[in-house]
Ligand binder design. Structure first.
Ligand code: HGY
Ligand code: MN
Ligand code: MN
Length: 430
């Protein structure tokens, strides 16, 4: 394959033009499936736009000649059947859900890239040796329910129906109820767990500024940072804003404010790649003339070294507990998400490196501070994650942007890797 595409740079140019129009076409179409009129894309798990997007993708996969199936949690697969149906599949894809008012590339790009790559390979080379599949994973972000990686976690056996029984969204809708309303749930279709995946490849926007700042086209990810997500509840004493002297207050918001400040200072003191974020904060009763009696806020902490991450989190618990005591507040911690740092597959990354060299594509190895479905697959099967640049490093925002050419180059590298893995004889991971 490399010879055929590479020997004529004009042919590579023509292919990139075609890939550009195809992948941007899918992304523009997909971005139309969003909640309400707000800026950006909001497509939450088991919501109406989520279901419409999955059904729309199923139609596209079928029209592209792929065998289309849903599993019981709503992961959608499009399969290009291989000549050796009993050997493990090569799967590529990403997540269809988004954050609230997110961008149109996070997750969606990996699905669009897989769809376009399989359509091209089938048209150009027909049936592969090993089956090639594109998967639209139902959920990764944890935006609607307090649980993340529901899609990929079910595929690799790290999520189960027992974990969601008591989970509800902001409106009080139960996880199981929302899943059932979309026609999914235990027994609704084939089980999600897969033990027949020979390799998982995820193409994703970088969501950071390294590639852009270094003028590179491709990031080959060596490891994905570990994550902890903790909900913290502070309870003080609601009281009259006018009659309660400052020294007699048990002000939950004042306590939270101090904790946020200390958290930031400590993360800066410990230095990169540690990051800590308070992204959500709720005050009760949240009215101007009442001393806040209660606050709930979240901490999202990440590091590529799990021991460092654990050390930071235990510092946080000790420091916050002491501070709460000093201020007459009660404090409760609920860690609802924990994922370890994951190394990605060295042999697949060497293939990616070679492909970029042969194609004359500027690339580098790098870590990922963002979590990805590849983090789930990494402990389950040989897994690779490749990045394309994000403009100004912005993501999880309507400002998220990657140029059509940068998107196409990512698809071209994916096409090459899928060709290597899917069509070439010999050991899969020699
Ligand atoms: O939060 C993350 O790292 C990912 O975008 N879910
Ligand atoms: Mn994301
Ligand atoms: Mn993502």
């Amino acid at each position: 394959m490399e010879q055929e595409v590479l020997s004529h740079p004009q042919e590579q140019e023509r292919l990139l033009d075609w890939l550009e129009s195809e992948v941007t076409g899918v992304l523009d179409w997909l971005s139309g499936y969003s909640e309400g009129e707000s800026a950006g894309v909001t497509r939450l798990l088991y919501s109406k736009p989520w279901l419409a997007a999955q059904q729309g993708l199923a139609g596209r996969m079928t029209r592209a000649g792929l065998e289309t199936t849903f599993d019981e949690v709503g992961n959608l697969y499009g399969k290009l059947q291989g000549r050796q149906p009993d050997v493990p599949s090569i799967v590529t894809g990403s997540h269809i859900d988004t954050v609230i008012q997110g961008g149109k590339y996070d997750g969606a790009y990996g699905i669009a890239a897989g769809l376009v790559a399989l359509a091209y390979l089938q048209k150009r080379y027909g049936k592969p040796l090993r089956s090639l599949e594109v998967v639209s994973l139902c959920e990764e972000e944890g935006s609607r329910f307090p649980l993340a990686y529901w899609g990929s976690g079910n595929v690799v056996g790290k999520r189960s129906h027992e974990q969601i029984v008591t989970l509800v969204d902001q409106e009080g809708m139960g996880f199981g109820e929302a899943m059932k309303a979309c026609g999914f749930g235990a027994g609704s279709a084939r089980p999600a767990l897969r033990r027949d995946i020979g390799a998982f490849i995820e193409t994703h926007i970088e969501q950071g500024g390294v590639l852009e700042s270094e003028g590179l086209a491709i990031g080959i990810v060596d490891s994905i940072a570990g994550q902890r997500r903790v909900r913290i509840e502070l309870v003080g004493e609601a009281n009259h804003a006018g009659t309660t002297p400052m020294h007699l207050r048990k002000d939950a918001l004042e306590g939270a404010g101090l904790m946020l400040h200390l958290l930031r200072q400590e993360a800066i003191r410990r230095g990169a790649p540690l990051v800590a974020t308070v992204g959500k904060l709720q005050v009760s009763p949240n009215v101007p003339n009442v001393v806040p009696g209660g606050v709930q806020f979240t901490v999202d902490a990440r590091h590529t070294d799990d021991a460092q991450l654990d050390s930071f989190c235990s510092w946080m618990r000790t420091t916050f507990t002491e501070l709460a005591e000093q201020r007459g507040l009660s404090i409760a911690f609920d860690e609802w998400f924990r994922e370890g740092a994951v190394p990605l597959h060295a042999a697949l990354n060497s293939r990616l490196e070679r492909i970029c060299q042969e194609q004359g594509i500027a690339a580098r190895h790098m870590p990922s501070g963002a979590g990805h479905d590849a983090q789930m697959f990494g402990g389950h099967c040989p897994t690779a994650l490749l990045f394309v640049p994000s403009k100004r490093g912005i993501s999880h925002s309507p400002e998220e942007y990657t140029s059509p050419r940068e998107l196409a180059i990512g698809v071209l590298v994916l096409v090459e890797l899928l060709y290597n893995l899917g069509y070439e004889e010999g050991e899969l991971h020699a």
